[in-house]
Design a protein around this ligand. Structure first.
Ligand code: NI
Ligand code: MN
Length: 227
């Protein structure tokens, strides 16, 4: 499964030719200036919560690609009402849906979700994506929480995309506990280094995971990795 990092919380995952794009925040990201969003393919755009640093490029990419948005009911409604992006699939926590590429479950995150204009963005979430190829967990912005234990008990997680930047989300210490809870040996870090509050020491972060025999991957912005 090909995973491309576009900085901050934004990843593209390719599943048998279908492109899933998560939380696109690229054009406002100083560290992602070399990424040309007009070339990013997307069949689905999955949005974990309503904060600007997760939705900034949704409208532009959705308009060009006609991708289907997948998020909570409030965020899907907001994009429809404000921008006429009507190609959305609303979900809410605990719910799953079988898409042509696989099964998506919208799961809890501990965070906030107010939209940029102050509208309520529902409650923040993460996604479990289960496919015939591999299955993964995209945690979104979240603290460490006990529901992650349920994910590990009842889902097989080949790899997890977890926030590690601290301050606004869990840091890498808690993220390494999250990885143990969801029972994965492969983690890709997100939500770090974008701005001052979330700069981290890469070496220390990797060592923290290594002590638990978990591989922490920190791809460069624009880098593709095969998981
Ligand atoms: Ni956030
Ligand atoms: Mn964020």
């Amino acid at each position: 499964m090909l995973v491309t990092f576009y900085g901050h919380g934004c990843f593209k995952v390719d599943i048998n030719g279908t492109h899933l794009l998560f939380d696109p925040f690229i054009t406002p990201n100083e560290k992602a200036k070399h990424i040309d969003i007009s070339t990013i393919p997307a069949d689905y755009i999955l949005i974990s919560h309503g904060h600007e640093d997760h939705i900034a490029d949704v409208k532009r990419i959705a308009e060009r690609t006609n991708a289907t948005l997948i998020s909570n009911f409030e965020i899907i409604s907001w994009f429809d009402k404000n921008f006429g992006v009507s190609n959305g699939h609303p979900m809410n926590h605990g719910g799953s849906w079988n898409f042509p590429f696989g099964k998506v479950k919208y799961v809890n995150a501990i965070h906030s979700s107010t939209l940029p204009d102050g509208s309520p963005g529902g409650n923040p979430g993460g996604f479990i994506v289960e496919t015939v190829e591999k299955s993964f967990y995209y945690a979104g912005d979240t603290a460490l929480h006990m529901d992650m234990k349920l994910i590990g008990e009842y889902h097989h997680i080949d790899f997890a995309l977890l926030p590690i930047g601290d301050n606004f989300t869990m840091g890498y210490d808690d993220a390494s506990i999250a990885a143990e809870m969801v029972k994965t040996k492969t983690v890709v870090g997100l939500h770090y280094d974008t701005f001052g509050f979330i700069e981290i020491d890469h070496q220390k972060a990797k060592e923290t995971f290594k002590k638990k025999n978990i591989n922490l991957l920190l791809p460069k912005i624009g880098e593709e990795i095969n998981l």
